[in-house]
Design a protein around this ligand. Structure first.
Ligand code: PMV
Length: 304
C-alpha cells in the first residue's frame, strides 16, 4: 500500500510539550499544508523490518530507522514485520517539517495495510505520537491542532478549518539543507525547562491564535502575515532565552528577514515564518509569485 501526506507549516507555532511520550502540547497551533510532502509505501516483510529513505537502505541502528520502528511498534500486530519506503519531496530534517508529513503518510499507510478503517480524526491522534506536528499533516489547507486536556491524549488532535483561500501560498527560501544542530524534541525540552521567557508563551499563542483565526476568515492577508511573523519571532526569542541558548538562525536567515521587510516597504506583500532550522518560509498571494522570483533572482526559492 502507498499513502501521501502533505508537509505543513505552522502560522501559529507548537513549541513545548506537557507529555514527552505522547507528544501532548502545552498550546494549540495552526498550520497551512503545502502541495508537497511524503509518500510512504508499506508491505509485509518476512522476519525483520526494512527501512529505506528516498530509495536508500537505512541501517538498523540509524536514528531514522529507530524512530520509525519505535512508532510502528506501538500500533502494529505482534510478530509482523514491515518494509517501509519513505520518499520525501523536500529535504529531510532541515527544519522543513518532513517528519510531520512522514509520520502522517506512515499512519495512513498503516491504516490501509492493517485495514483499521479509522477516521482522519483518529489517525491524527496516532500520527501525533510519531511527531507532534504530524497530526496536522492528515489534512490539507488550514488546520488547527487542539491541545486537549486529557492525560491519555485522546482529545489532542487536529482538524481542518473551514477556510477556502486558494490564492494563499507558502514557499521556501533555503540556505542550508544540513541536519539541524539540535532536534525539536530536545530544543523544546530545553526551552520549557530553562527559558524564563517560556511563561509568556501560552498567552502569546492564545492571543495570536484568536487574531489569526479572524484574519483567515476575513482573508485579511497583511494581518495573517504580521501575526505569523510575530508568532515565529516570539518563539525564537524564547529559545534564545534558554540555557544553553538555542539559535537556529544563520547570517543568511537574518539577511533574508531584512530583505523581506525591505520588499514590504516597497509595496511587495510578502511575510515570513521560521521553524527549527535556518530556512525561511515565505507567505504570499499567488499574484505575487512572479514578482518574488524577479526581485530575488539569486535566492534558492521553492515557490508554489
Ligand atoms: O513536531 P515536531 O517535533 O517536529 O515540532 C515542530 C515544531 C515547529 O515546526 C517549530 C513548530 C510547528 O508547530 O510546526
Amino acid at each position: 500500500v502507498s499513502a501521501f501526506a502533505p508537509t505543513n507549516i505552522a502560522l501559529i507555532k507548537y513549541w513545548g510539550k506537557r507529555n514527552q511520550e505522547l507528544n501532548l502540547p502545552i498550546t494549540n497551533s495552526l498550520s497551512f499544508a503545502l502541495p508537497v510532502g511524503t509518500t510512504t509505501s508499506l508491505s509485509s516483510h518476512q522476519d525483520h523490518d526494512v527501512v529505506t529513505l528516498n530509495g536508500t537502505l537505512q541501517g538498523h541502528d540509524s536514528a531514522f530507522t529507530k524512530r520509525l520502528v519505535n512508532f510502528v511498534n506501538k500500533f502494529r500486530p505482534h510478530n509482523s514485520f514491515l518494509k517501509i519506503d519513505t520518499v520525501n519531496q523536500i529535504p529531510t530534517a532541515a527544519g522543513l517539517a518532513s517528519s510531520a508529513s512522514g509520520f502522517a503518510a506512515l499512519t495512513l499507510a498503516m491504516n490501509e495495510l492493517f485495514n483499521w478503517k479509522r477516521s482522519p480524526h483518529e489517525l491524527s491522534i496516532i500520527a501525533r505520537q510519531g511527531s507532534g506536528s504530524a497530526c496536522r499533516s492528515l489534512f490539507s489547507g488550514f488546520v488547527e491542532w487542539h491541545k486537549g486536556s486529557q492525560d491519555n491524549g485522546e482529545d489532542s488532535f487536529a482538524e481542518p478549518l473551514n477556510i477556502l483561500w486558494p490564492e494563499f501560498k507558502m514557499g521556501l527560501w533555503i540556505f542550508s539543507e544540513k541536519e539541524k544542530p539540535i532536534d525539536s524534541r530536545k530544543a523544546m525540552q530545553q526551552t520549557v525547562a530553562t527559558s524564563p521567557l517560556f511563561s509568556a508563551w501560552p498567552e502569546i499563542v492564545a492571543s495570536d491564535l484568536a487574531k489569526m483565526r479572524q484574519a483567515l476568515i476575513e482573508h485579511n492577508f497583511s494581518q495573517v502575515g504580521e501575526i505569523a511573523e510575530h508568532n515565529a519571532l516570539s518563539m525564537h526569542a524564547m529559545m534564545m532565552g534558554a540555557t544553553p541558548p538555542i539559535l537556529y538562525w544563520l547570517k543568511e536567515s537574518v539577511e533574508a528577514m531584512h530583505q523581506v521587510w525591505r520588499l514590504r516597504k516597497t509595496g511587495v506583500e510578502v511575510y515570513f515564518t521560521m521553524d527549527a532550522g535556518p530556512n525561511l518560509k515565505l507567505i504570499y498571494l499567488e499574484e505575487t509569485k512572479p514578482l518574488l522570483q524577479r526581485l530575488l533572482p539569486h535566492a534558492n526559492l521553492i515557490l508554489f
